[in-house]
Design a protein around this ligand. Structure first.
Ligand SMILES: *Cc1c(COP(=O)(O)O)cnc(C)c1O
Length: 222
């Protein structure tokens, strides 16, 4: 299978799973996670109609995307990996969405750098929740999430789109997706960025609005 065939398969799965559960979102955005993959692998998907891509490193995205965007200006790139505060300015001009807001100091950096910029490209922000309470993972602790959301709202820092999570790798993800769904409902947030190649079915059944799929579209990363 080539990339476009895999894209068609993933799109069909999304439609199929969306119909089968009462909790699913009406609109689901497929984020094609293109980290480590070159422009040659990405462009056929753009030509086939895919509009939203995901990258996990500022540096890699900065090297890859400006050239692609010259030719395809309406393509969106979302940052799905952790953001160091000193790269905030670059991230705000490079990405259309940041899924990994996870601490007050980063909120402050976004506010400060946004005020300095003539044009902020980034319009969508998600708070990343460390849903499995894993030490090595990014994201705000479950118990601290309401406070961070409240801080963002009180500061009028930026409009908050929703919550994002990456569940522990070797556990059944559904309970974590269900927890994120409940947290978002309690906080009156409407978007849920959850689900990757191995678990986007469960994520869609539990209300994901943004699924981040890499391997199922591009093949294994090397
Ligand atoms: C790499 C990555 C993905 C995509 O993972 P696949 O298993 O290749 O689909 C999704 N989300 C995040 C945060 C990632 O870093």
């Amino acid at each position: 299978m080539n990339g476009v065939e895999r894209l068609r398969g993933v799109q069909e799965n999304i439609l199929k799973w969306q119909k089968q559960s009462p909790l699913t979102a009406k609109n689901i955005t497929l984020i094609a996670v293109s980290k480590t993959h070159p422009a040659e692998a990405i462009i056929p998907l753009i030509e086939a109609g895919q509009k939203v891509f995901g990258e996990n490193r500022v540096q890699e995205a900065a090297e890859k995307w400006p050239a692609i965007r010259e030719k395809y200006p309406d393509v969106q790139v979302h940052l799905i990996g952790s953001l160091q505060s000193n790269k905030t300015k670059e991230a705000l001009t490079l990405f259309d969405a940041i899924h990994t807001v996870d601490r007050q100091s980063l909120v402050e950096a976004i506010v400060k750098e946004s005020a300095k910029l003539k044009e902020v490209r980034c319009k969508q922000f998600f708070v990343q929740v460390n849903i499995g309470e894993e030490e090595q993972k990014g994201g705000v602790a479950v118990k601290d999430t309401p406070e961070l959301v409240e801080y963002i709202r009180a500061q009028k820092a930026f409009p908050l789109s929703g919550l994002m999570c990456v569940p522990p790798v070797d556990e059944t993800p559904a309970p974590y997706f269900a927890l994120l769904h409940k947290m978002a409902a309690d906080l009156e947030l409407s978007n849920l960025s959850m689900g990757m190649s191995g678990d986007y079915e469960a994520a869609i059944r539990l209300g994901a609005t943004h699924v981040r799929v890499g391997t199922a579209l591009f093949g294994e990363r090397h």
